[in-house]
Unconditional design. Structure first.
Length: 344
């Protein structure tokens, strides 16, 4: 059996190496030099990571579809639909796709229209919805959980959740991914798992800001807790159950992403808290911090849905409008939360 991975960024590369414990892997990359390095030297040149000899790279996306019935697409949320449009002509109904992208797609909505707040629920798609819209594939899953790529690459133990409505997707995902370093859980709550995976990046930015401002663990814990509530409010507005948010895909991923400098989103927030500008940070980061774009989408969607999500609103102003972060924190400390838990 050969399993395909589309995307040679840090997480796609980590997943490819994980899969190689159990199967042969075909890794797609658009970068010709990277493909040559992996095939010739068994090394990822960007991360200076030794790759398993069971991982072969290709620059031909058609080859991935024609030689792999199970494929893991792991690219940025903005690039996901174009990637699916390239892959789709070669996909058949027998294919299984389990994506590892944590963000949102905007359908029929430009970035300028988003900036103007012209957004509705019908404008926003999860990656599984993009797969359904752009291909004939029915059996779809998502990876969501505390999966810091750098720790996976270092062989440190962790777990993930495969969310899918199909038992066979969870079953085959467990078969190819499980190892002594990697535990795999299953969930039917794919929508909640996808939402949790995307929205926790917003809270990670806020937590990073507090870290950069040396605010301490008490307020960081408070932000993570109240941020989880906001994630659940968004989930309910999308029709998702609270259950995934209090499991590995929710709390587990949130704690991991919102407390570690290995997290791109936490690091972005940390640098912002130290006084750097959003533009300078984004220009110097080697990989995208998905939470920056997700924050913009979530803020305008919250306005449209009339959701009370003060953390999201304040973070938007701090990240995208240059609002004074100390004033934002003072506002959140005075915000009149009347109850602690209201979603059970």
């Amino acid at each position: 059996m050969q399993v395909g991975v589309i995307g040679s960024g840090s997480f796609g590369t980590a997943v490819a190496n994980l899969l190689s414990f159990n199967t042969n892997v075909l890794l797609f990359s658009r970068k010709e030099a990277l493909v040559e390095s992996i095939n010739r030297e068994h090394r990822h040149p960007v991360f200076n990571l030794k790759m398993s000899e069971r991982v072969r790279a290709t620059g031909n996306i058609r080859e991935v579809a024609e030689s792999c019935s199970l494929i893991f697409p792991i690219v940025t949320s903005q690039g996901f639909r174009p990637m699916m449009q390239s892959l789709s002509p070669f996909l058949k109904p027998y294919h299984i796709l389990i994506h590892g992208t944590k963000g949102f797609d905007l359908k029929n909505l430009s970035e300028e229209e988003l900036r103007q707040g012209k957004i509705t629920r019908n404008s926003v798609r999860t990656m599984s919805e993009v797969i359904r819209e752009e291909s004939v594939v029915v059996r779809i899953g998502c990876l969501s959980g505390p999966n810091l790529a750098s720790e996976i690459m270092a062989g440190q133990p962790t777990a993930t959740v495969i969310g899918s409505r199909f038992d066979e997707v969870v079953s085959i995902g467990k078969k190819v991914l499980s190892s002594k370093h990697f535990q795999v859980f299953g969930s039917y709550e794919i929508l909640g798992a996808e939402l949790a995976g995307a929205l926790k990046n917003i809270i990670a930015i806020g937590s990073g800001i507090l870290g950069g401002m040396d605010m301490g663990k008490n307020i960081q814990a408070l932000l993570i807790n109240r941020g989880l509530m906001e994630m659940i409010y968004f989930g309910k507005a999308f029709g998702a159950s609270p259950k995934p948010f209090v499991g590995t895909a929710g709390i587990g991923d949130l704690i991991c992403t919102a407390t570690s400098m290995s997290s791109r989103n936490y690091t972005f927030g940390y640098r912002l808290g130290k006084g750097e500008t959003t533009a300078d940070i984004l220009a110097s980061m080697p990989e995208i911090a998905e939470g920056v774009r997700t924050l913009k989408i979530a803020k305008h969607l919250a306005d449209h849905l009339k959701l009370h999500v003060p953390i999201t609103q304040m973070l938007y102003r701090a990240v995208h409008e240059g609002y004074d972060m100390k004033l934002a924190i003072e506002y959140l400390m005075r915000y009149p939360y009347y109850v602690d838990v209201d979603f059970i």
